[in-house]
Design a protein around this ligand. Structure first.
Ligand SMILES: NC(=O)c1ccc[n+]([C@@H]2O[C@H](COP(=O)([O-])OP(=O)(O)OC[C@H]3O[C@@H](n4cnc5c(N)ncnc54)[C@H](O)[C@@H]3O)[C@@H](O)[C@H]2O)c1
Length: 285
C-alpha cells in the first residue's frame, strides 16, 4: 500500500550504516528516489553502496548541513531531475564518549552541553528549513521526520546536553508542524530506544559482557535491542500517505522500554511492594 514512486525523499545523515542508511534503503525499496546527504567521504561511500543495490537513480551528495547554500543547491539540482521534494528524514545527531560527563557540576560540562545542543538541533533545523521552503514553493506539501531519542523524554544522567537537545527537537517538531501545517507539511519525530547500529567510522558503547547484554535486554519488554530497520519502518509510515493526518507527534520506537515503570525492581514488581508474602504470592504464579 505504500508506493513512493515518482517521489524525491532526502535522508540527511544517510551514511552511518545505522538508522539513516536503513531508512534510505527502505525508501528506495518503496519506490522513492533518495537524495542521500552525508558530510564525510566514508558516509557517502556507505550510502552509495547501500542505495546502489536499489537502482542507479539515487543521488549521493557530500555536504555539511550547516552549509545552507550547499544544501539548497543540492535540493534544487535533485528536484530539477527527480521531481518535487516530498520527504525528509533528519538523522544527524548523537553523543560521543567525549561528551559523556560524570558530574553535571564538572568543568567540561558546559562545553559538552553546548556541543551536544548544537549537534542535535542545528543540522535538523537547517535541513528542515531548506526542505520546507522547497515544499512551500511546489505547493504539494510533504512530510518531515526527525530522529529524536528516548533520552529526550526521560532524564539523561551523564549526557545532559543530549537529553536536553532531543527534548528540544521534540518541541521543535511541534513548532514546525504548527507553523508549516498550512502548507500541507507534516512534521513528526521518532524517539528510538537503544538501537544496535553499525556505526561506520564511529565509536561504539556496547560490546560488553554477556551479563551486561542480558541486563540491557531486561529493561526492554520485547527483550531485545532495536535494529535500524525497526526505526526505518516507522520513518516510511510517517513519510507515506498512510500517516496523512499525523503531525506534530513523537512516536517512541523502543520495544516498550519507556512504558516500563522505572520503580520496578528486577523481579518486575514495584520496589514499594515490600510485603514478602505478597511478593511471594505474585511471583509464585
Ligand atoms: N543508536 C541508538 O541507540 C539511538 C538511540 C536514540 C536515538 N538515536 C539517534 O539516531 C541518530 C543516529 O542514527 P544513525 O545510526 O543512522 O547515525 P550515525 O550517527 O551512524 O550516522 C549519521 C551520519 O550523519 C553524518 N553527519 C554528521 N554530521 C553531519 C552534518 N553536519 N552534515 C551532514 N552529515 C552529517 C555522519 O557522517 C554519519 O554518517 C542520531 O540522531 C541519534 O541521536 C540513536
Amino acid at each position: 500500500m505504500i508506493d513512493l514512486k515518482g517521489q524525491l525523499h532526502v535522508v540527511a545523515g544517510a551514511g552511518g550504516g545505522g538508522i539513516g542508511t536503513a531508512a534510505g534503503v527502505l525508501l528506495a525499496q518503496a519506490g522513492a528516489t533518495v537524495l542521500a546527504i552525508d558530510k564525510t567521504d566514508i558516509g557517502c561511500a556507505s550510502a552509495a553502496e547501500a542505495l546502489g543495490a536499489h537502482g542507479a537513480h539515487h543521488r549521493i551528495v557530500q555536504a555539511d548541513l550547516a552549509d545552507e547554500q550547499a544544501l539548497r543547491a543540492a535540493l534544487e539540482s535533485a528536484a530539477a531531475e527527480a521531481g518535487p521534494l516530498r520527504g525528509l528524514v533528519n538523522v544527524v545527531g548523537g553523543i560521543t564518549s567525549q561528551d559523556l560527563i560524570a558530574p553535571l557540576l564538572g568543568e567540561d560540562a558546559m562545553t559538552a552541553f553546548d556541543r551536544l545542543m548544537r549537534f542535535n538541533t542545528v543540522p535538523t533545523l537547517a535541513a528542515s528549513r531548506a526542505v520546507a521552503r522547497a515544499m512551500v514553493a511546489h505547493r504539494q506539501g510533504g512530510s518531515i521526520v526527525n530522529i529524536a531519542s528516548a533520552a529526550g523524554i526521560v532524564g539523561m544522567p551523564y549526557g545532559a546536553g543530549y537529553g536536553a537537545a532531543k527534548a528540544a527537537l521534540i518541541n521543535l517538531t511541534r513548532t514546525m508542524a504548527v507553523e508549516w501545517g498550512g502548507a500541507g507539511i507534516r512534521v513528526n519525530a521518532i524517539a528510538p530506544g537503544s538501537i544496535a547500529t553499525a556505526k561506520i567510522g564511529r565509536e561504539r558503547f556496547d560490546g560488553g559482557t554477556d551479563e551486561k547484554d542480558r541486563a540491557a535486554k531486561a529493561v526492554v519488554p520485547l527483550g531485545r535491542r532495536g535494529l535500524p530497520g525497526d526505526i526505518a519502518g516507522v520513518v516510511l509510515f510517517l513519510l507515506s500517505d498512510l500517516a496523512a493526518y499525523v503531525s506534530g507527534q513523537t512516536i517512541a520506537v523502543d520495544g516498550g522500554m519507556l512504558a516500563r515503570p522505572p520503580y520496578n525492581d528486577a523481579d518486575g514488581l514495584p520496589v514499594f511492594m515490600t510485603d514478602p508474602a505478597l511478593r511471594e504470592r505474585l511471583l509464585g504464579d
